[in-house]
Design a protein around this ligand. Sequence first.
Ligand code: KMH
Ligand code: ZN
Length: 303
Amino acid sequence: MEKLIITAAITGAATVPSLTPYLPVTPKEIAESAIESAKAGAAIVHIHARRPEDGFPSSDPALFEEIVLRIRERSNVIICITTGGSTLMTIEERTAVIPRLRPEMCSFNLGSINFALHKSLSSIETFKYPWEKEYLEKSKDFIFKNTFKDFEYLCNIIKETNTRPELETYDVGHLYNLDHLVSEGLISPPFHLQFVMGVLGAIRGNPEDLTFLLTKAKVLFGKNNFTWSVIGVGASEINLSTMAIHMGGHVRVGLEDNIYLKKGVLAKSNAELVQKIVDLADMLNRDIASPDDARKILRIQKE
Ligand code: KMH
Ligand code: ZN
């Protein structure tokens, strides 16, 4: 079986600082956590930025630049920058950093969905920062907008910058959206599909949901035309990861999507979550891909 590519999603925009004291916030913390995750076995780090003073999700290119430079200085890990950003950003804000920093990978969200975070409110007693409560409450009425116009805009950026997309697939219709983009000549295989499962507003993290997405992807694109990885958002993270390790897929973990190492136990770092996947892979006899192995598997050829 192909070596296992582990992606570490370091901080994201859905986890608010009050949920866990271990969330990296400043560019230095985010970069350190990414480097530690790479040492633990991650071949890719998925990067968002936050305002250093209060952890508010940010699209400021200067923050991304500092994070990327710090990582590049000390690690060969593949850097995948978000273009999903956060609930409050426009597509232009979300993508501005890609031509500027020319990362090897960037995320590419394949459809609009409800992206509700308000369930987290019940697990927070005291808010660390004033913005967090309203941010979570407002998500109840939030649509994560990724329209066909947005796809075209992002397709042009990835073409111009030769950036490999992490194709975030939150539901089966998103595979059909991708198929449409192929038929329009906007994007072409081989793809790296990232099945995102467990967001409130999209597909859940049940085993049959994963096999369904995978089966549809094989029917639409042919089994040799894509690699795939899975994100189990929240409680399904480790279970879906185990399935993916066994089935020949790849895995993304990290505090962006799940803050627990196991039931009731907060992960103290992203590296701890990566280590858990490394241990599972060892038990299931799957070797871990280095960043250079991952570049070959994903056919990343950056100048
Ligand atoms: N946190 C994931 C559920 C992006 O950055 O483009 C969504 C995500 C989106 O990673
Ligand atoms: Zn993200």
